[in-house]
Design a protein around this ligand. Structure first.
Ligand code: FMN
Length: 334
């Protein structure tokens, strides 16, 4: 399939694996890129720029296909040395960067000078338009359904993607709630040039996370996510568990006076406990409503091949089939 996104990034399928903390290691990024999607290494999961340089080299050893690095500018407990991360991305010869959180504007001149394409992840039309204005090459439009940080506007993709299509000139990916071929075909119909998947890619054989995480996603329904940190205007959609229930209790108790220090036990240092140790009650880790559409743990190749084969069937048989009656000569249709 050819779209503005496959052309821009030199990939075979319009399927991107969004950056994911403690999930987006070289193993997953390479697996996605190797079969024709765009895999993304999560920059800040690598604790230093030197470690990111090694992860980029590891990914390059696993695939000769293009892959990207995610740089997230969100409130973190440390202050990552972003210019140094940008420097190793450039030195590592990476040609695509996914940014998220705050505007990537301060780093665009360096990235552009190195010939890097920048895709900025946004949860609103106004941020998408700003990304376009400052020179980003594409945006990922992340609806309210998404795992991770959906922003504070709460606009689901059925509205957000059409609004983006009406306003944007640069190509965009539909992100949040994307599961299968139906998601892809619907996204293309709504004006996107491909889709970005997060949660769905965690439940794959190659995702380098504890089996408990994959099993939890298969077991979860679309009713099992919770929104945390709303009072801090740093909303995150996470999978419910004992730690998250405790977090929500504290939020209810503290009300508007909630401070990040009140919930550190439930939000800080949780990812290694969940993703490496498989402690599913540790606290808040991002998960999308799409968990309700995840019923198996395929290989990345099986997942992507299935999406592309089913999308073709869906377009050729179901959609074109819907027009069949009109295309028939009037005499036969009667
Ligand atoms: C476990 C997990 C960790 C994530 N970590 C990051 C991150 O570090 N940076 C980022 O930009 N997005 C992150 N995301 C968001 C994804 O890149 C993607 O935008 C989102 O998952 C799309 O929604 P979906 O989960 O419904 O597919 C994360 C998502 C998940 C599920």
């Amino acid at each position: 399939m050819k779209t503005a996104i496959t052309e821009m990034f030199g990939i075979r399928h319009p399927i991107v694996q969004g950056g994911m903390h403690y999930v987006g290691f070289a193993e997953l990024a390479a697996a996605v890129s190797h079969v024709g999607g765009l895999g993304i290494i999560t920059g800040l999961t690598q604790k230093t720029p030197e470690l990111l340089a090694k992860e980029i080299a590891r990914c390059r050893a696993m695939t000769d296909q293009p892959f990207a690095v995610n740089l997230t500018f969100l409130p973190t407990f440390s202050s990552p040395p972003y210019p140094e991360y940008v420097a190793v991305i450039i030195e590592g010869g990476v040609k695509i960067v996914e940014t998220a959180g705050r505007s990537p504007e301060p780093y665009l001149p360096a990235l552009k000078a190195a010939g890097i394409k920048v895709i900025h992840k946004c949860t609103s039309v106004r941020h998408s338009l700003k990304a376009e204005r400052i020179g980003c090459d594409a945006v990922s439009v992340d609806g309210f359904e998404c795992g991770g940080h959906p922003g504070e506007d709460d606009i689901p993709n059925m509205i957000l993607l059409l609004r983006a299509a009406d306003e944007l000139k640069i190509p965009f990916l539909a992100s949040g709630g994307m599961a299968d071929a139906r998601s892809l075909v619907a996204s293309l119909a709504m004006g996107a040039a491909g889709m970005n998947l997060g949660t769905r890619f965690i439940a794959t054989k190659e995702a380098p996370v504890h089996e408990n995480v994959k099993k939890a996603l298969v077991a979860a329904s679309e009713l099992d996510t919770r929104l945390v940190m709303r009072p801090l205007r740093n909303t995150e959609r996470v999978l419910k568990n004992a730690g998250v229930e405790r977090l929500l209790e504290i939020e209810r108790e503290k009300g508007a006076s909630l401070d990040i220090t009140d919930i550190l036990d439930q939000v800080a240092g949780i990812y290694p406990k969940v993703m490496i140790d498989g402690d599913m009650d540790a606290g808040a880790w991002s998960c999308g409503m799409v968990a309700g559409l995840i019923h198996d743990i395929p290989t990345v190749k099986e997942l992507i091949d299935r999406i592309m084969a089913d999308a073709e069937q869906l377009i050729r048989n179901r959609l074109i089939g819907l027009l069949g009656h009109d295309q028939m000569p009037a005499s036969e249709a009667a």
